[in-house]
Design a protein around this ligand. Structure first.
Ligand code: R5P
Length: 302
């Protein structure tokens, strides 16, 4: 049995504990210091000499702070003689700024990727990366793990308890970015695919163009997306599917950013079931189901 130690700074503590327990490993202890000028110091209190280190930390809320803490922790662990470091960033903050969409904009995601890559680690993993181009920002590579498997097992149970026939199933990509995610789910569950055309007339506001109603009429539609943030994308897609005759609209998304009144917005749009993963740890939220991805982390340690 390899000698592992598992860390999380603040975002994925429950997951880190679960992974550590499954490996028979300890959870690494960390000290945080804030100096009078606002600078911080983060270091390991646990001994990592010759140990295989796993760090699980989503760079989320507040992304800048989390990112900097992570870089300092990595340096501390590197200097303390760890045998190997596997870094899991379940939700990759800044991933939606992966391109220039208007004059003079930075490619913030590339800047962040470069910062992470300057820290020394052996393997870097993430889940359902927003866009494949982000992989090209890493010279050393980034392993992008799909969460479709955990969603598929969730839905197989849901279909059984709600008497849903696979022949009635349509997997909906709410924009062209989730096309591959929809394909993965279809490979595991079956069903037909519909891709919606999304437009954003202004930031944080989504609208969808009309579709061929026959594709969704009387169907059970599962909208699959990587991120739910304001809920605008899913709410607009759900309204369109309902007005096109869908029997039921369900939603799954990997990363529950959930800003503002997001969940209420989805319920108002008659989304019957919402399921997300714990890449971003949540307190219990009414009407939201959470599936655990720690088994996927364990699979990647084999
Ligand atoms: C966009 O390309 C993403 O895949 C999501 O659709 C988007 O980030 C969701 O944001 P919101 O919930 O604010 O519409």
């Amino acid at each position: 049995m390899e000698d592992y130690i598992v860390y999380s700074l603040s975002q994925n503590k429950k997951m880190a504990k679960k992974v550590a327990d499954s490996l028979g490993a300890t959870v690494g202890r960390i000290s945080f210091t804030r100096f009078s000028d606002g600078e911080i110091m983060v270091k390991t209190l646990s001994n990592v000499k010759n140990k295989n280190v796993i760090i699980i930390e989503s760079t989320f809320k507040h992304t800048q702070e989390r990112l900097f803490e992570l870089l300092l922790l990595l340096d501390s662990i590197n200097r303390s003689g760890a045998k190997s470091i596997r870094l899991f960033i379940p939700y990759f903050g800044y991933s939606r700024q992966e391109r220039v969409s208007w004059f003079n904009e930075p490619i913030s995601c590339q800047v962040v990727s470069k910062m992470i890559e300057t820290a020394n680690y052996d393997y870097l993993f993430t889940f359902d990366l927003h866009h494949p181009v982000i992989k090209s920002f890493f010279k050393k590579g980034i392993i992008d793990i799909s969460t479709s498997e955990v969603f598929a097992s969730y839905y197989l149970n849901y279909f059984k308890s709600n008497c849903i026939d696979i022949n009635d199933l349509v997997i909906v990509s709410p924009d062209h970015g989730s096309n591959d995610r929809a394909d993965h789910l279809i490979n595991l569950l079956g069903g037909k695919k519909v891709i919606l055309d999304k437009v954003r007339p202004k930031p944080n506001f989504a609208e969808h163009l009309s579709i061929d109603k026959d594709e969704v009429k009387e169907k059970v539609c599962i909208i699959v997306d990587d991120i739910i943030d304001t809920g605008g994308t899913i709410a607009s897609a759900a309204k369109l599917l309902h007005s096109s005759g869908a029997k039921k609209v369900l939603v799954c998304a990997s990363h529950a950013v959930f800003s503002k009144n997001c969940v209420n917005k989805l319920i108002k749009a008659n989304v019957e079931d919402i399921v997300v993963t714990n890449t971003i740890e949540q307190r219990k939220i009414n009407n939201v189901n959470v599936v655990d991805i720690s088994s996927l982390i364990l699979n990647h340690l084999k």
